[in-house]
Design a protein around this ligand. Structure first.
Ligand code: ADP
Ligand code: MG
Length: 674
């Protein structure tokens, strides 16, 4: 029964149904679902971020188009102007008065910062200079192109002196104090004096003067109209979630020269610089930056693109972006919301799953523990599941009924066992009885055998003695007749011989009588107990005298018994001699007879009582056995055995009672003769 491990259900927990069920119930909720949730959220977050990036990319495209539009517009406007009759008219009509007014009007109308007519050397022809004389670098590619006959527009960086040469106002507007910015590339400059200019040149043929070019431009530094327009365009009202804010910036090199990013208290972050990472990527490598970036003082989802001048050199950047915080807040809120929802669902559902799992493994565990108990010997153990609606319940019910049957069988087996035991005990008892009977019979058989053997021997010896005795008797008679009268002198001696021969005869007869009692038992006579006792005493007188034993007698028996007188005498002599042997230092021998009943039977009792050494229980139990004697050399151990045989043959009993050290009483009971 190697499988009957009582801890089956618990110790090998990893494999027990309880843990497997719990795993089945909880794995989806606690492991798979969170994993799925995590993967989904990670994907969603990436998508969300990509969406933000693509939005800001779109924003940058709009800003870029706006900038291109300004460039195009400036060129187109100048071309339109130079090609207009009004312009030709103004130039030809009056070079000194009409033209400056016309140019000033159109400058204002077109929203330009300057509008000049220059000659091939860059010297300004109109409007007229207040003092000194204004000029433009003649080698600007736009100007070179214009004098080559083709109008051109570009963004270029003007040094402060060049701006100064056009207009002191512009030079002043371009000047910016640099604000120290964390994360920016270190610099030892403290001001930015250059200006980023959109300028356009268109060829003009002036009557009476020759070739010239009309140059118009816009300074982008601190051009808040420009930047706010971009911002309004890109981030129209409600295009961003609440709390987010759209920003747009124009960089000259890495310095914010025009921006709506606020530094603090509404002050624009002019003069601050871009971070080193963005700078190296956009200005250094000429690539577009689309990512989250730290702008001035907060994180923005940002897009930067490089701006090149007419020489193809990267001189600045255009930036748009929006505050990331509201988006990330929305993202975090969403994630937290999902997590909370998941937690709530888990907390609500796990107990339900556990309850279901319990409903399965509990009964199984109950059954296992029931089986364990039964195996440990408690046959009365039951799983006792009441609800047998499902399979497990039915199995439990089945188990219980099987156990009922088992218990019933066990009970029957035990009962059979008990019965069998009883029967075995009974048989054993019977066997013991039979054994004892066999023993007793064997004893009797042995005794009879022994007695028979002794009888044979004695008979032989007696016959052998009889013959010499007969010879002696015959010869004594011969002696008497030969002596005649002389025999009178020897009367005493002869009488003595006669007597002794008679005695030997008697002894031999007695011996024969003992050896073959049945041959002599033929004549039973009515005998008086008291007389027999009286006959016995002379036979033992010499023994009585030796030991100084007093004899007491009480003869009250009136009934006669039917027994051979000699036999009764033999019995009594045996008893008396034994009593005398028991009292070596003297004592009292009491001989009584009385009428007695044994049960319903009428008879007499003869009692021989001594005050001798008595007998132990052990000796007492064996005294009637033939050859049992305590008198090593003297005794034969036959006396009591023969006596009992003689008495029982007459239908009587011989019994003994004894107290060691006090004395012994032998009792003969014989039925009355009728
Ligand atoms: P024996 O006299 O030859 O020993 P018995 O058969 O006459 O054989 O007696 C058996 C034994 O019983 C005796 O040896 C003796 O020990 C015991 N016994 C018999 N009578 C008495 C008595 N009156 N008192 C004590 N012991 C006795
Ligand atoms: Mg004896």
């Amino acid at each position: 029964m190697a499988d009957a491990d009582p801890d089956n259900g618990r110790v090998r927990g990893g494999r027990s149904i309880r843990f497997r069920l719990l795993a089945i119930a909880l794995l989806p909720t606690l492991v798979i679902l969170p994993l799925l949730l995590f993967v989904t959220m990670a994907r969603w977050e990436t998508k969300f971020d990509a969406l933000l990036i693509s939005k800001v990319n779109g924003d940058l495209t709009i800003a870029h188009q706006y900038l291109s539009r300004i460039l195009e517009n400036t060129g187109e406007h100048l071309n339109a102007l130079t090609g207009s009759i009004a312009f030709q008219d103004a130039v030809t009509r009056d070079g000194d008065t009409a033209l400056p007014a016309y140019l000033e009007d159109n400058r204002k109308r077109l929203g330009l910062d300057f509008l000049l007519l220059v000659d091939r050397t860059g010297k300004v022809i109109a409007p007229p200079q207040p003092q000194g004389g204004r000029s433009i670098r003649p080698d600007w590619p736009v100007l070179v192109s214009a004098f080559a006959g083709e109008a051109k527009t570009a963004i270029d960086i003007f040094s402060n002196a060049e701006l100064q040469a056009i207009s002191p106002d512009l030079a002043a507007r371009a000047r910016l104090e640099l604000v120290p910015t964390p994360n920016a590339v270190a610099t030892d400059r403290s001001t930015e004096t250059r200006g980023m200019v959109v300028h356009s040149a268109s060829p003009v043929l002036v009557a009476g003067f020759g070739e010239a070019a009309l140059v118009g431009g816009i300074l982008l530094n601190q051009n808040l109209v420009f930047i706010d327009t971009i911002n309004d365009l890109v981030y129209r009202e409600a295009s961003l979630p609440e709390g987010s804010q759209g920003t747009a910036t124009l960089f000259l090199d890495d310095v914010r020269v025009s921006t709506n990013v606020r530094l603090f208290e509404g002050k624009r972050a002019l003069g601050t610089r871009v971070s080193a990472a963005v700078r190296s990527r956009v200005l250094g490598e000429g690539r577009v930056w689309l990512d989250s970036a730290f702008v001035v003082n907060d994180w923005y989802v940002s897009a930067y693109e490089p701006i090149s001048d007419s020489f193809g050199k990267r001189v600045g950047m255009l930036y748009v972006g929006f505050l990331e915080a509201p988006f990330s807040r929305a993202k975090t809120e969403t994630i937290i919301g999902i997590l909370v929802a998941f937690l709530v669902v888990t907390i609500a559902s796990v107990p339900i799953f556990l309850r279901w799992a319990r409903a399965i493994f509990k009964p199984l565990e109950r059954m296992t523990s029931t089986i364990t108990k039964v195996e440990a010997g408690d046959l009365g153990a039951r799983s006792g599941l009441q609800d047998a609606s499902d399979e497990i319940g039915r199995v439990a019910f089945h188990l219980d009924s099987l156990l009922d049957q088992l218990q019933q069988r066990d009970r029957e087996l035990r009962r059979w066992n008990d019965e069998l035991n009883d029967r075995v005990a009974e048989r054993t008892h019977e066997l013991e009885l039979a054994n004892r009977q066999l023993e007793a019979t064997t004893k009797q058989l042995i005794m009879s055998e022994k007695l028979a053997a002794i009888g044979e021997i004695t008979a032989g010896v007696a016959h052998e003695i009889n013959n010499p005795i007969a010879v002696m008797q015959g010869n004594l008679d011969v002696v008497r007749s030969v002596l005649g009268d002389r025999a009178d002198d020897l009367t005493t001696e002869l009488r003595l011989i006669d007597e002794q021969i008679h005695r030997v005869n008697q002894i031999v007869t007695k011996l024969l009588q003992f050896a073959k009692p049945e041959e002599y038992a033929g004549y039973v006579e009515r005998t008086m107990a008291a007389n027999v006792i009286s006959d016995c005493l002379p036979l033992v007188q010499h023994l009585l005298n030796k030991s100084e034993i007093a004899v007491e007698r009480e003869d009250r028996a009136t009934r006669l018994v039917l027994m051979n007188r000699t036999e009764l005498q033999q019995v009594l002599v045996n008893l008396i001699v034994n009593a005398i042997h028991a009292m070596p230092g003297g004592g009292t021998l009491r001989l009584t007879s009385a009428d007695e009943e044994l049960g319903e039977r009428v008879g007499i009792g003869i009692h021989v009582t001594d005050t001798g050494i008595g007998m132990t229980e052990d000796v007492l139990s064996r005294i009637f056995d033939p050859f049992f004697t305590t008198k090593q050399c003297e005794g034969t151990g036959l006396g009591l055995s023969i006596s009992q045989t003689l008495i029982t043959r007459q239908g009587g009993t011989l019994k003994a009672e004894s107290v060691p050290g006090k004395g012994t009483r032998f009792s003969i009971w014989l039925p009355e003769a009728n």
